[in-house]
Write a protein that binds this ligand. Structure first.
Ligand code: CAA
Length: 382
């Protein structure tokens, strides 16, 4: 019989978490929301917000205090992520890649020397981080990646191309996954931290995207790049495990981004409906009701996954469920929001037009909906 998983985790917020949530909401409303449309229109990386958040310690929420962090948990990442993404998903993903995808594996798998070298630098935003797993021919099948490394005196040399790299054009620190031999598949992969100014590393053209236009994306080219031994992350050959372990947390992050988008759509639509006297129409009422259910259900799944992660308990299944449900909910909510706004919802400058475009990528990056279904179904069929 299929085992029913008990929740087994707290879903309420402690007083400290409520205070943190209030602080990040105030910052998002006062400083991120007013700049979001312009950054989107200019396709400008939100470096100001990244620096402001660094000054508050918010680029290092999960970083232990001894490395200039706040020493909080993944649940706090969720609290900040929801508020940020509600008003600006471009800022949300730029922050999430830096503070979760790059920072988290360094905390979990980094040597003492590597942590001392890079965690404070990331905390202070002296370098923006990028996570380089995907390649032009290997996105969903991450285990097939072709970027090669070979051992040389004092370190390694890397050669290959990474694709769709979020933060790529604005990053100065790259977490790169490469293989000793593609025939070894997942067992041949190792992870390396590479400084942006290293000889042989170059950044492709900044891509123009459907949504999250203020976040930057590019290819990364590695042409015989030397990486010193101390910049290997974790053990050699454990890179795929590191990538997947990190993505479990990252998927909670993208689920949170999607939740933020859904809530942004709900709030904007509610205000629009009340301002324009549309609240007596039952179809509009039902639309708002559906969006409210989507937000709450997504939040419950995300809170569960984040609490499990903070407790050090397995959470791959829960992270994939949260990401799958929330990303599909965000797209449904955005579609409904634009429909209720009507003509006003399709013009540039309307928040729902932007959130509608921003929602799509949440079903694609950090594992497509198909990949999430694959991960979940493996647990169902175990
Ligand atoms: N945590 C730790 N280890 C894990 C793991 C996890 N969640 N999942 C798998 N592993 C380990 C397995 O235990 C196994 O280890 P052993 O060899 O020691 O037994 C090894 O990894 C291989 O696992 P699988 O056999 O399951 O590997 P697979 O080839 O079947 O791939 C997959 C599984 C789920 C399809 C995986 O390739 C995947 O997640 N693909 C999607 C890639 C992805 O999400 N890319 C996102 C790019 S980053 C991004 O998008 C950032 C951004 O821009 C914002």
């Amino acid at each position: 019989m299929l085992k029913t998983e008990e929740m087994g985790v707290r879903l309420d917020l402690s007083e400290a978490e409520q205070a943190f949530q209030a602080a990040v909401r105030e910052y998002a409303d006062e400083f991120v929301a007013p700049r979001a449309a312009e950054l989107d229109s200019l396709k400008r990386f939100p470096i100001d917000a990244m620096r402001e958040m660094a000054a508050k310690g918010w680029l290092a929420i999960i970083t232990p205090e001894q490395y200039s962090g706040l020493g909080l948990g993944h649940f706090d990442l969720v609290l900040l992520g929801e508020e940020l993404n509600r008003v600006c998903p471009s800022t949300g993903v730029s922050w999430s890649v830096h503070s979760s995808l790059v920072t988290s594996p360094l905390i979990t798998f980094g040597s003492e020397a590597l942590k001392e070298k890079y965690l404070p630098v990331l905390a202070r935003c002296e370098r923006v981080g990028a996570y380089c797993l995907s390649e032009p021919d290997y996105g969903s099948d991450a285990g097939g990646l072709q970027c090669r490394y070979q051992e040389v005196e004092g370190g390694y040399r890397l050669k290959g191309t990474k694709a769709w790299i979020t933060n790529g054009p604005d990053a100065q620190l790259f977490l790169v996954f490469a293989t000793k031999d593609p025939a070894m598949r997942t067992k041949g992969i190792s992870a390396f931290f590479i400084d942006g100014e290293t000889e042989g590393l170059s950044i492709g053209k900044k891509e123009t995207k459907l949504g999250i236009r203020a976040s930057s994306t590019s290819q990364i080219f590695l042409d015989d790049v030397f990486v010193p031994t101390e910049n290997l992350l974790g053990e050699e050959g454990r890179g795929f495990h590191i990538a997947m372990h990190t993505l479990d947390g990252g998927r909670v992050g993208i689920g949170t981004q999607a939740l933020g988008i859904a809530r942004g759509c709900l709030e904007a639509t509610r205000a629009h409906v009340l301002e324009n006297g549309l609240d007596k129409h039952q179809s509009v009422q039902f639309g708002l009701a559906d969006m409210a259910v989507q937000c709450d259900a997504a939040r419950l799944l995300i809170y569960r996954a984040a609490r499990l992660k903070d407790l050090g308990r397995p959470h791959s299944r829960e992270a994939s469920m949260a990401k799958l449900f929330a990303s599909e909910a965000a797209n449904a909510a955005a579609r409904r929001a634009v429909e209720i706004f009507g003509n006003e919802g399709i013009f540039e400058g309307s928040i729902v037009e932007r959130l509608f475009r921003d929602a799509k990528i949440t079903e694609i990056y950090e594992g497509t909906s198909e990949i999430q279904r694959l991960v979940i179904s493996r647990f169902v069929l175990k």
